[in-house]
Design a protein around this ligand. Structure first.
Ligand code: DGT
Ligand code: CA
Ligand code: CA
Ligand code: ZN
Length: 614
């Protein structure tokens, strides 16, 4: 942990304390310490490691203990608690230019404004005018800050970054003569993170074309401003607010640079640490091994043997090991290829060493889709249009699930409306026989007590039920968990929709004990949806491995409200892969007959469990 990171945390603590209206002396102490630390010549990590006593004015014993905790553990319990003690929206609010803790406090206490959205609405409604401390000018400035914040917010949805990277790359490749040797996106985008901080691009350029390439890059019409432009690194901000980091490397270094800048940092650090013990040095320029014993430990792979050559002056007596691609890169260390999605430092290196990296599910494995809405409720296209789109995609089945009766906001179906929809599906199934099978379903609200909409007689007519929480988000965690577990146990529940209800970069999910829900889903053989809407991507990939280890089946669902969003499942596949999911872990990677058997099997199984427990 660097001095500036520690200083940043202390400054943030001061801000939060100020929002909470705490003792001004305490606040001053943190602010002061932050300032002192950021001016400090010596590294705090070194001071702590050296076991020295700190003798810096402004940093007392209590603060030094906190510094020690940060340096030694990378965290600070006091800070974590503090962050939890204020509404998250308030912290977001403080990211607005011109809005410090005092104003945040004012807005919160007088208008219950807890976030940027609420502030924006309050400004629009004129509610804030004529309040002391919030003059006309201030309000105008806040309005401007909100607009800027939206453009320059810190992270972007994967889908947005992905699309912008595609356009930029297409532009870069579009030259009368070939300039680029190799080019690829790296960073969190390549690892398919659900949100992305910036776009990282690694490129190697044909000899003599370097200047031409830089010029082309810097002439991209979407560039808002250039942050820095060197020979090997260019950083720009696009008009959309997203930053782009370009690294230009020698063709011979491309693979190492690509690997390095793909990250994650944690993955790289772990790999370097393990391999250092075996005499390797890894960085963005290569893999090097000290000349003594250099032959040992070098393992070829099935795509070709690993070559070695002298790296020349730059690395002295070390040998640079030449690889042509990342499969060879990992093979040097006797590892399986680690797909970028898995490079998060969560055990992938160990798995690659013991050949336990699974074959991950792929887009082409999907044979059908569930969770499709139609104009019967809030969908934008007719059922037939949605089915046609699925046929076009080559899907062998489609699961229709409109909203249930409690979902007034989405024009939910009454029991009789649902019955007429089911008859319509019968007719369509005849029409599409041999092409696609339509499964009859519903997305039923999970009512506050955990029960579903409709009576048993109606539910029994369906092939599947997606049970989702759409109301009463603010329950205490244990009550929400019980609510969802009740739905899991219901014999008619096939799967639980969007497990936490989060909207990425907009709102956190409701409080729910995911591990308990997964245990329950495992016991009752209930499927968990991986909602593939790029704003949701819910269940989070960090919980997918746990689900799989508990033998819970996942269903990658587009939650499509029009035919052009059925392809959202591809974003779901990304996330499933990040969660180490194989084809066999995914419901809709199964054939029609397998899926039919699974759906009826779940219901029969749960009915049996219930019967036995009586
Ligand atoms: P982001 O942009 O916040 O979504 O996440 P990343 O992973 O794309 O992070 P970024 O853009 O800062 O850096 C890209 C990769 O470059 C990162 O995953 C690993 C590598 N890298 C960058 N800086 C460092 C560093 O200081 N140490 C190490 N070990 N790796 C770094
Ligand atoms: Ca990045
Ligand atoms: Ca970056
Ligand atoms: Zn839905």
């Amino acid at each position: 942990m660097t001095n500036s990171e520690i200083a940043g945390i202390f400054e943030h603590i001061a801000e939060i304390l100020e929002i909470k209206g705490e003792n001004p002396f305490k606040i001053r102490a943190y602010l002061n310490a932050g300032a002192v630390i950021s001016r400090l010549g010596e590294n705090l990590s070194d001071i702590v490691a050296g076991g020295k006593n700190l003798d810096i004015p402004g940093i007392g014993k209590d603060l030094y203990l906190k510094i020690k905790e940060l340096v030694n553990t990378g965290r600070l319990a006091y800070y974590d608690e503090l962050v939890k003690s204020v509404p998250e929206g308030l912290l977001e609010l403080m990211k607005l230019r011109g809005l410090g803790p005092k104003k945040a406090n004012l807005l919160y206490n007088n208008f219950n404004i807890k976030g940027i959205k609420e502030l924006e609405e309050a400004i629009k409604s004129g509610k804030l005018t004529g309040i002391s401390g919030l003059g006309q000018k201030t309000v105008e400035n806040l309005k401007k800050s909100i607009e800027d914040y939206k453009v320059f917010k810190q992270r972007f949805l994967y889908i947005d970054a992905f699309n912008q990277a595609l356009l930029f790359e297409a532009y870069l490749k579009n030259t009368p003569q070939k300039i680029i040797d190799k080019m690829q996106t790296a960073g969190s985008l390549r690892r398919k993170m659900e949100t992305v901080g910036d776009i990282d691009i690694v490129a190697s350029v044909l000899a003599g074309k370097e200047e031409q390439f830089s010029k082309k890059f810097l002439s991209y019409p979407e560039i808002l401003r250039v942050e820095s432009a060197g020979e090997t690194k260019i950083a720009v901000v696009l008009k959309s607010g997203i930053h782009v980091d370009l690294r230009i490397v020698q063709p011979a270094d491309f693979v190492y640079a690509l690997h390095h800048f793909t990250g994650s940092k944690l993955h790289n650090e772990e790999l370097r640490t393990i391999e250092k013990k075996r005499g390797y040095k890894i960085n963005e320029y290569g893999i090097f091994k000290g000349s003594e014993n250099a032959e040992d430990d070098i393992v070829g792979n099935n795509t070709g043997e690993v070559k070695k050559r002298e790296a020349g002056k730059k690395h002295g007596s070390e040998n640079k090991i030449t690889v042509d691609n990342e499969a060879e890169f990992y093979a040097v260390f006797g590892m399986q290829f680690i797909p970028p999605e898995l490079r998060e430092g969560t055990g992938e290196i160990e798995a690659a060493l013991s050949r336990n990296i699974p074959a991950l599910v792929e887009e082409k494995d999907l044979q059908g889709v569930f969770h499709i809405h139609t104009t019967y409720t809030d969908g934008k296209e007719s059922m037939e249009e949605m089915i046609e789109a699925c046929v076009k995609q080559g899907y062998k089945y489609a699961g229709i699930s409109d909203h249930s009766v409690s979902a007034h906001y989405a024009n939910g179906l009454s029991a009789s409306e649902l019955e007429s929809q089911l008859e319509y599906i019968d007719r369509l199934n005849k029409k599409y026989e041999g092409r696609i099978k339509i499964f009859k379903g519903i997305e039923s609200d999970i009512l506050p007590d955990g029960s579903l909409d409709y009576d048993e007689k109606t539910l029994a007519k369906l092939d599947f039920v997606i049970a989702s929480v759409h109301s009463n988000f603010n329950m205490a965690e244990n009550i929400m968990t019980e609510r969802i577990m009740n739905a899991v146990k219901n014999p008619y529940t096939t799967m639980i929709g969007h497990l936490t209800g989060r909207l990425l970069l907009e709102r956190n999910g409701y409080a729910v004990d995911i591990s308990r829900v997964l245990d329950c889903a495992s016991e009752y053989k209930t499927i968990i949806e991986l909602n593939a809407n790029p704003k949701r991507l819910d269940i989070d990939w960090r919980h997918i491995r746990e689900a799989i280890s508990k033998n819970v089946l996942l269903s990658i669902n587009p939650d499509a409200h029009n035919s052009s969003t059925i392809y959202f499942v591809n974003y779901g596949v990304n996330i499933a892969r990040k969660g180490w999911a194989r084809k066999s872990d995914i419901l809709n990677a199964k054939s029609v007959s397998e899926v039919s058997a699974v759906l009826s099997g779940i219901r029969d199984y749960k009915k049996n469990v219930l019967r036995r427990s009586k």
